[in-house]
Design a binder for this molecule. Sequence first.
Ligand code: GRG
Length: 294
Amino acid sequence: MEDLKQYLKERAKEVDAALDAYLPAARTRPGTIHKAMRYSLFAGGKRLRPILTLAAAEACQGDIEEAMPSACAVELMHTYSLVHDDLPCMDDDDLRRGRPTCHKVFGDNIAVLAGDALLTEAFIVLAQSSPTRRYPMAAFVAELAITGGSTKLIGGQVLDLEGEGKDLTKAQLIRIHEAKTAALLTSSIRLGAMSANATPARLEALTIFGYNLGLAFQVIDDILDVTQTTEKLGKTAGKDEAVAKATYPAVLGLEKARKEAHRYTDKAMAALKPFGRKALHLRQIAEYLLERDY
Ligand code: GRG
């Protein structure tokens, strides 16, 4: 696990350097918007999604440099979703990544615009990818656009808002998390594979990996939310998140939720079989995410 921690640290550093190079400097006019974008982007996120993009490219024997625009694009889209999710009209969170949220520092209007600009920047950066023999530029753009759109990220957020305060079934909960969490994790992995010109069979195997990893990640996140919120009440949660949100532990109970996380991780691991040792880092990341629970 020490090796993995080193790998995650190095990859995160490479992603940070690339993001810094892609983004307009903080002094670029108008300074406020670029400062706000950079404030949220460089706030200490784990960089899980871009690292998965790079590890998927590795698993397909691709070049890390070729995968970097996709890696940065998924982190930009992720950060936009966090900035907008934290707004008073959404989750109304005061803290994110251990710091005051974007709207707390820059105001609601600039935070809306910073989210919009981060989303737009995702496509500016993605457009700097090199198309491969199997995947033209349009395939890269469609991959990320569909994931960011009304049937995935935004649709998931709508279902989440509409489900607030209601007793959701397990199927409804899964539908929300497929769209809100698993879709972007899956696209992060698919874009890495596409940058490496993966065969359709390998792309499909990594899609199954990403989907199951994404659901496992969300179950674990929900479990941590419950266990950590019990430990230190009120941490960074939205004003009345604990009562309003449907989570896996709330719907299934803690023990069943833990079993679900293991079940999804097992399915994710099984999909990596054809990749052998090339998928070592993807495997280690899946194990590591599961261990976050303990
Ligand atoms: C389009 C406004 C809008 C929302 C889309 C993705 C999303 C829906 C909302 C973001 C908030 C949220 C709780 C998403 C679920 C996925 C999740 C657990 C995100 C946190 O990801 P981490 O742990 O965060 O990778 P860091 O800070 O490490 O990048």
